[in-house]
Design a protein around this ligand. Structure first.
Ligand code: HAM
Length: 448
């Protein structure tokens, strides 16, 4: 084993790419805030039983994929495979149900599942999730879905297919399970071992099997929407009416059953045709019985989680533009020990004033420092030597325009900020002039 090689299925985000994650994460939290969601932070591990009870004993996650271990006190704990169970546990533990409902919580978390790694499927991955706890209104289902749409819209992610379904309540599901059992029972010889195993425990999951033989067998299986009770049908009708009212396009896919046991009624997935087999970029649904399952009051709720790695794969495939990473505002290249001390003082003043400033920490030659400044994308550079120290003035070069401005060393930070604000205003004016717009009309003379 090479200790300089990371664990299989876990990814590093390198400095050259981290601005993408930072941009999508901050956008998501900002948008969620506008929908009334507040961030919740819960521990990365929980008692194993929380996931066994919450996610469900018949799921792949609980049966095969959890990172579970005994801590030194002999308690079984598990790295969270998803965020819903932990959020509902915190909601119950801290009495958030006593606050005005619904409680709207969101999170960006790492999750852990021991799955076979492939493109879009990792063992450590990240989710942006939102949970709306304490409402059974179909308006909430549409609102949660509209939050996902707003995120995709803001990030300019295209071509996602929103598929929705209702898997009913435990009552109407009993009749449906009986119909599925009858249907699959006569065809069971062709089923894969996993489906055979699931048949007795959770027959709906047979609709989810990716094996071509099982998919063919499941093709004509009874459809849940023909079996849901009046109340669930009415609820689903309400969800569709709200989605229509919001102008959100969707397709009804009665085969969506979801891989976690807590779901009831509405379930949905946002599917992409551009990222390979792991095509669900975001998924979610209602879990009206989960709080009760965990020992709390009945708390009808729903939510979703959006996989950050899959989203980034899709954005790369679509060549979605990202804002440029922040550049270094100014690089000061000192020559000699005294200049280095002066540069340290100036750079520190600049930083305290909010300017992204750097100076040499490696004893490089001026040439090497300029190369380094170029790598940093420094907007301004300055070489600080004995003669500049003597004159008390530092010539600062704008690396985009080539213009040089002399700034007194004494009040460098303040004067640099004035100068750079002035020169960006000049560039702005120039830009407007080139497109033949009268700047005074727009700004009422504010810049002139
Ligand atoms: P999930 O379908 O298991 O649902 O996961 C949600 C999303 O997480 C997936 O659509 C995918 O984008 C991402 N994801 C899942 N597993 C992996 C993996 N191994 N590698 C990379 N990305 C992955 C849940 O987790 C529910 N807690 C969603 C939810 C919240 N339902 C209600 N509230």
């Amino acid at each position: 084993m090479l200790i300089t090689k990371g664990v299989k299925g876990a990814q590093d985000v390198l400095p050259c790419a981290v601005h993408k994650n930072q941009f999508i994460e901050s956008s998501m939290l900002d948008i969620a805030k506008k929908f009334g969601y507040t961030e919740i932070r819960v521990p990365v591990f929980e008692h194993t039983e929380l996931f066994q009870r919450g996610v469900g004993g018949t799921t792949d996650i609980v049966q095969k994929e959890m990172y579970t271990f005994n801590d030194k006190g002999g308690r079984s704990v598990t790295l969270r495979p998803e965020g819903t169970a932990g959020a509902v546990r915190a909601f119950l533990e801290h009495g958030l149900f006593n606050e005005p409902l619904p409680q709207k919580l969101c999170y960006i978390i790492s999750c852990y599942r021991y799955e076979k790694p492939q493109a879009g499927r990792l063992r450590e991955f990240h989710q942006f999730g939102a949970e709306c706890l304490g409402t059974d209104s179909p308006a909430a289902d549409a609102e949660v879905i509209s939050l996902v749409c707003a995120v995709f819209d803001f990030l300019d992610v295209q071509n996602l297919d929103l598929q929705i379904n209702s898997i009913g309540c435990p009552e109407c599901r009993k009749t449906y399970h009986a119909a599925l059992l009858a249907y699959f029972d006569v065809k069971k010889d062709g089923l894969c071992p996993t489906c055979l195993d699931r048949l007795g425990r959770n027959p709906m999951r047979l609709l989810d099997c990716k094996s071509p033989v099982c998919s063919e067998i499941a093709k004509d299986a009874p459809v849940i929407l023909d079996y849901i009770c009046g109340e669930c049908a009415e609820h689903f009708g309400g969800v569709k009416r709200y989605l229509d009212a919001m102008g959100i396009e969707y397709n009804i896919n009665p085969k969506i059953v979801r891989g976690l046991d807590y779901y009831t009624r509405t379930v949905f997935e946002f599917i992409s045709g551009e990222i390979g087999a792991q095509d669900a970029v975001c998924a979610g649904g209602r879990y009206d019985g989960l709080a009760q399952e965990l020992g709390g009051q009945r708390t009808p709720s729903l939510g979703f989680a959006l996989g950050l790695e899959r989203l980034l794969l899709l954005m790369d495939a679509q060549k979605t533009p990202f804002p440029e990473p922040d550049r270094c505002d100014i690089y000061i290249a000192p020559v000699g020990d005294e200049a280095s001390l002066a540069a340290a003082r100036i750079v520190n003043d600049l930083r305290l004033s909010g300017v992204a400033a750097q100076f040499d920490l490696a004893g490089r030659s001026v040439k090497a420092q300029m190369k380094y400044a170029d790598k940093l994308g420094a907007v301004y550079t300055a070489v600080l030597g004995d003669s500049e120290l003597e004159k008390g003035v530092l010539p600062v070069k704008n690396m985009d325009s080539g213009d040089v401005t002399e700034i007194k060393l004494e009040d460098f930070a303040e004067d640099f900020m004035d100068m750079s604000v002035r020169s960006s205003a000049d560039m702005f004016k120039e830009l407007l002039n080139t497109v033949d717009i009268d700047i005074n009309t727009i700004l009422g003379g504010a810049l002139s």
